[in-house]
Design a protein around this ligand. Structure first.
Ligand code: C5P
Length: 291
């Protein structure tokens, strides 16, 4: 029986657009968005424990172990799957927090995938996605396995072919608290729904991130980063911010822009992924497929 998985990738996502189309009675917002996986990742080491304890082995500044989504994900799966086994979790954090890149959600999804395999709990992808939704609206996407058009609060997913692109991502140097953006009274909540079939058409040029105006008003650093990157193409914010990005046709074009970025911002390039490197291991019959 395998006891450890090392360096399990938890990739980031970009929201290629994000429309707020309504609000549910519980306050959660109805969205339409395109989730794009990129090759920038956190990495997770997982080791089975026989005593049933879930232990995070490393300190992560600002994230107490008990409220960490990876610990909560492990406990949820343990309770739901009826496992008596526990786990040591070590998270190598590379993705910024409060960045709109889905890092925490992706970490939780990778935890569920790794432990479902190591503990042999045998949950299907659909069951894992349902559990994941209890942890956050973006978690089901990271279990889905490929780029997606999302509706509902982000859990109704359809596969989406996106153009293979390179991206330049800027970190504006602030952490944006997602609830503050969604609860702002200035937020537009009635964008007319678009059709997935139009995603590859010219119409999508007009598809924006509805959270961007509010985030830019509250955090001028985000606005400044978008203004700067807009010189080179259609710059947008991802998720509820803070990170902003712009797509490029090839790596050379991305490198050229990266060289120009002022020192005050952390910036990097990322390649679009077509599949999630971890989630694709869960085959259609719920069998773990080693790459
Ligand atoms: O689900 P997640 O924990 O990522 O959401 C953080 C907060 O963002 C929620 O508490 C809610 O205030 C807001 N949110 C929302 N509608 C969504 C997703 C998030 O209102 N679809």
């Amino acid at each position: 029986m395998i006891r450890t998985l090392k360096q399990c990738p938890a990739p980031a996502k970009l929201n290629l657009f994000l429309h707020v189309t309504g609000r549910r009675p519980d306050g959660y917002h109805l969205l339409q968005t395109a989730f794009q996986l990129i090759d920038r990742c956190d990495y997770l080491d997982v080791e089975v424990r026989d005593d049933g304890l879930i232990h995070r082995c490393n300190d992560i500044p600002g994230v107490p172990a008990d409220s960490d989504l990876i610990v909560r994900a492990a406990r949820l799966l343990q309770a739901h799957g009826g496992s008596s086994l526990g786990a040591n979790l070590t998270l190598h954090k590379q993705l910024p927090m409060g960045g709109g890149l889905g890092g925490g959600s992706s970490d939780a999804a990778t935890t569920l995938l790794a432990l479902n395999h190591l503990w042999n709990t045998g949950l299907t992808r659909a069951e894992l996605m349902q559990l994941g939704l209890q942890l956050g609206a973006d978690v089901p996407f990271f279990l889905f396995g490929e780029n997606a058009f999302a509706e509902g609060v982000g859990e109704e997913l359809q596969p989406l072919n996106t153009a293979e692109d390179w991206f330049v991502v800027l970190e504006p140097g602030v952490q944006v608290p997602t609830p503050a953006i969604f609860s702002a009274k200035e937020l537009t909540r009635g964008t007319k729904p678009v059709r997935i079939a139009d995603f590859s058409s010219d119409a999508k040029i007009h598809w924006k991130n509805d959270l961007q105006t509010v985030a830019c008003a509250l955090f001028p650093q985000v606005d400044a980063a978008i203004q700067w990157l807009s010189q080179y193409g259609q710059a947008k914010m991802t998720g509820s911010g803070a990170c902003v990005f712009c797509a490029f046709a090839d790596e050379t074009a991305a490198d050229t822009v990266l060289k120009q970025v002022p020192d005050r911002w952390t910036s990097w390039k990322a390649k679009a992924l077509s599949r999630h490197p971890m989630a694709q291991k869960l085959g259609s019959k719920n069998i773990w497929l080693e790459a």
